[in-house]
Design a protein around this ligand. Structure first.
Ligand code: SAM
Length: 305
């Protein structure tokens, strides 16, 4: 039997869900988030008083995905290193950097975040969009946190943005779904192991005719869908996707992934960060520095080396 890689190490997983994880509005939100993060940690792009005046400030974005924050940071005048282990995402990130004319200010590195080891290079580091807690072994989460710590200069700041236990509890829904460009993403969520993990079923239904009767208008990137997993599209013979009795038949394909990861409360994540050497650790409820209270949108942590 073929061994499937765990979801976060599966290129086909990240490719399949790219359109849902990084829709245009998420790409656009990155500029505002970057501005808020820079203000939160009081960092501007000029050189340090005691640094080489020609040297740009260095920021690590790990994992960087398709580079939405890294590119904005480079555009703001920082020297940026984006780290991720999904090759097609890094290709997209490099293309976007070239299109923005800032490829000289950002380097995209293909690496597992558990193995990233640069000592004392960065003024700041970011880990955004719930990109922590992926690994089965908690020691791997600690390793990632330690890699961030070691990569920072003394006084450097790590900014994390995650869905924490508290924020999830406030808005938990067992099932959710979304529709985009003729595809549907269905999610089922379960809290397990005494609130230490969340187990999600992510189901992608592609090539579904939309309400207007259009054939799939899949824009970009999904051209190989349906080849990998049994195209279990219907055997219906309708050309316009509908039948007389109102039942719509389509050539839809279905792919399903099990997406499970560790959950942290604000206290637990702050303790983990202190445990790997961070000094001051502050928790906020958004990137504007709002309180981490019952109205928090997400857990935003600023940890100083
Ligand atoms: C939810 S995305 C967030 C990306 C980015 N932080 C953002 O906000 O756009 C999570 C990313 O983690 C990457 N990833 C998953 N496991 C990884 C690992 N072990 N090492 C490096 N990157 C990893 C995936 O390729 C994906 O790009």
């Amino acid at each position: 039997m073929t061994e499937h890689p765990v979801w976060h190490e599966s290129e086909s997983f990240w490719e399949a869900f790219e359109g849902f994880v990084f829709p245009p509005e998420q790409i656009e939100r990155a500029r505002e988030q970057v501005e808020q993060v820079l203000e939160l940690i009081d960092l501007d792009s000029g050189p340090d008083a005691d640094a080489d005046p020609d040297e740009d400030k260095q920021i690590l974005d790990m994992p960087c995905g398709v580079g939405r924050h890294a590119i904005v940071l480079a555009d703001c005048g920082f020297a940026v290193t984006g780290v991720d282990n999904t090759t097609p995402y890094l290709d997209t990130a490099r293309e976007r950097a070239a299109a923005a004319g800032i490829e000289g200010s950002v380097e995209f590195v293909e690496r597992d975040m558990r193995a990233f080891d640069q000592e004392g290079k960065f003024d700041a580091a970011i880990n955004l969009y719930t990109s922590f807690g992926y690994f089965d072994d908690r020691a791997d989460d600690e390793r990632v946190a330690r890699n961030f710590h070691d990569a920072l200069k003394p006084g450097g700041a790590l900014v994390m943005g995650i869905a924490s236990k508290e924020t999830l509890a406030g808005r938990f829904r067992k099932r959710t779904w979304e529709q985009r460009n003729g595809s549907y993403m269905l999610e089922e969520h379960a809290i397990t192991e005494d609130w230490s993990r969340i187990e999600n079923r992510w189901i992608l239904v592609e090539n579904v005719d939309d309400d207007t009767g259009d054939a799939e208008d899949a824009s970009g990137g999904d051209s190989d869908s349906g080849d990998d997993d049994s195209g279990d599209g219907s055997d219906g013979d309708s050309d316009d996707g509908s039948t007389e009795n109102g039942v719509r038949e389509t050539d839809a394909t279905v792919r399903e992934f099990s997406v499970t990861h560790r959950l942290y409360s604000a206290f637990e994540l702050a303790e983990l960060l202190r445990g790997v050497g961070f000094g001051e650790v502050e928790c906020y409820g958004d990137f504007e520095g709002g309180d981490f209270d019952e109205n928090a949108e997400q857990l935003v942590i600023v940890a100083r080396k």
